[in-house]
Ligand binder design. Sequence first.
Ligand code: NIG
Length: 403
Amino acid sequence: MSTLITNIAELMTQDLEHRVLKDAAMVIEGERIAWIGAAADAPAADGAVDAGGRAMLPGWVDSHSHLLFAGDRTAEFEARMAGEAYAAGGIAVTMNATRATSDFDLTRLAMGRVAEAVSQGTTYLETKTGYGLDVEHEARSARIASTIADQVTYLGAHLVPAGQDPETYTDLVCGPMLAAVRPYVQWADVFCEEGAFNAEQSRRVLMACRDAGLGLRVHGNQLGEGPGVQLAVELGAASVDHVNYLAPQDVKALAASWSGWDPATGTGHRGTVATCLPACDLSTRQPLAPARALLDAGVQVALASNCNPGTSYTSSMAFCVATAVLQMRLSVHEAVRAATYGGALALHKETGQDADGERAVGSIAVGHRADLHLLNAPSATHLAYRPGMPLTYAVWRAGVRAR
Ligand code: NIG
């Protein structure tokens, strides 16, 4: 079954040539994109959809979220708005509420959050464990996450639970807990920050997880300058996320990690993506991550929601894009790219073999997965020009209309 989507005012492909087509059309066939081009040249298809002069983008790729949680942290947010600083300790509040929640309810809550994200144009998402923090509950979170998200990250190293010795807990994360989550996860992450895990503990966790065959990600440089970025680059992590406080040598290391990569062909040696989380920066009143400087230095940048109950209770990628344009000084094209292709790069999904289940996401090109986001606006510029407006008009995920 093929469908022609025509009368697209602007088709922002985010492909390797960065093409933006005007008065365009596309054909999707099953789960894949089969054709794109000028509306006047469109081939026939089994069915047709009139995009009504709207703008089409790739679906958002949200490469950083924490959707497996229960409980509420409104009081902590209120205290923060009244002047208190964010501290990692709030994670324990969510850990207690999450442990006390049944499998059924935890699944239902997480599924509801995925549905919210999809309804706003997210078509591919990663989520993390990290609110279980013992073997039983981390394994449960990983198992449930694997049923609701596209990719799952093990974040047993989110916080050392109260009363536990940090070294002993790190051993647990590297040993029995890792073994228990391993069947369900593709990635491992560590919160490398004062008050969470120090450089040595973080290194230990990352190396054990790498030995177990997992790809690596790091929460780094969120609350102050620290070793997170350097560690991520040294160990070849796919991304380092937050990156609010960067020393010049951190930016240099991130840029150098991409020196063997050819952005024109999307081939070569991958570096470490810097994932900026603007909704979190605003919600914690941290300085915004220096996305402009990172791009100017040649770093590959992603934008993600970081949806979680403590620091960023939103899954709105459109909000992140608007903030990146209005406050971080990215162009609309750069911000949309970071929220689509950039996220896919951070999850190693920007290319595919065109075999079932291996299709690329995050850009619109023939053979890629038909993950599409039709805006109720004639151009993507409206995402920043009309911030906060509900601009999602239609969503296709793997060729299926999801909204
Ligand atoms: O990415 N920084 C660490 N983890 C989450 C916040 C977790 C929480 O406070 O519940 C984040 O911001």
